[in-house]
Design a binder for this molecule. Structure first.
Ligand code: FOL
Length: 201
């Protein structure tokens, strides 16, 4: 139900909270993108064993993030794509995405059917989500290196105590995402990264 909605932010950041550069992802981490794809597609534990038809999860994103996704991958398949833009959707443009003009309208369009709701960025939309107390989960991919980012995540969830966010253990991460996430650091293209879960009450 709408009152019990909770939101999950999914993001990859550097240690200094960088998330983007020149309108795109600063790194090339296929393992992280495929984790993103699997985790955002998977129905929540409350929906298993699988219902028919399966409930689709919802992705909420800003316009710039939407257009940063390679055209062949958007709308991101097997998920409801809700795009926030202050101006209305271009007339020329009618794919299977849903367009709204505010964060509250995105929640209203997403809510209520039992699927998970993920906020997938970018910086402006993450800020709105982190200010919303219904955002209880952050699936963080922590990326080592700096990459000259020009967009940043608004909150350091690792700063426990000051932010109210707490890191959950590896078992809880696996249970939350519904798969066996390898423990410890990963490495791809010479870049180290870690899959983590943070929650707040
Ligand atoms: N969260 C994490 N952990 N990593 C990210 O790179 C990330 N990126 C965004 C939001 N949250 C994230 C926003 N940017 C695709 C591309 C860019 C993007 C989000 C998704 C994308 O193409 N996704 C495909 C995966 C295709 C593949 O496996 O290469 C999908 O089906 O989800």
């Amino acid at each position: 139900a709408l009152q019990n909605l909770n939101l999950t932010v999914i993001v990859a950041t550097t240690h200094s909270l960088g998330i983007g550069k020149s309108g795109t992802l600063p790194w090339h981490l296929p393992t992280d993108l495929s984790y993103f794809s699997r985790v955002t597609k998977r129905p929540p534990p409350s929906q298993s064993p699988s219902t028919s038809p399966p409930v689709l999860n919802t992705l909420i994103m800003g316009r710039k993030t939407y257009f940063s996704i390679p055209p062949k991958f958007r709308p991101l398949p097997s998920r409801r794509n809700i795009v926030i833009s202050r101006s209305s959707r271009p007339d020329s443009f009618n794919d299977a995405s849903t367009w709204v003009t505010s964060f509250p309208d995105a929640i209203a369009a997403a809510g209520g059917d039992g699927g998970r709701i993920f906020v997938i960025g970018g910086a402006e939309i993450y800020k709105l989500a982190m200010e919303d107390e219904r955002t209880r989960n952050v699936l963080l991919t922590r990326v080592e290196g700096e990459f000259g980012c020009d967009r940043f995540f608004p909150v350091d969830v690792r700063d426990e105590g000051n932010t109210g966010w707490a890191q959950r253990g590896h078992e809880e991460l696996c249970a939350f995402v519904g798969e066996a996430v390898p423990a410890g650091a990963r490495e791809e293209n010479g870049v180290r990264f870690w899959f983590e879960l943070y929650q707040r009450p």
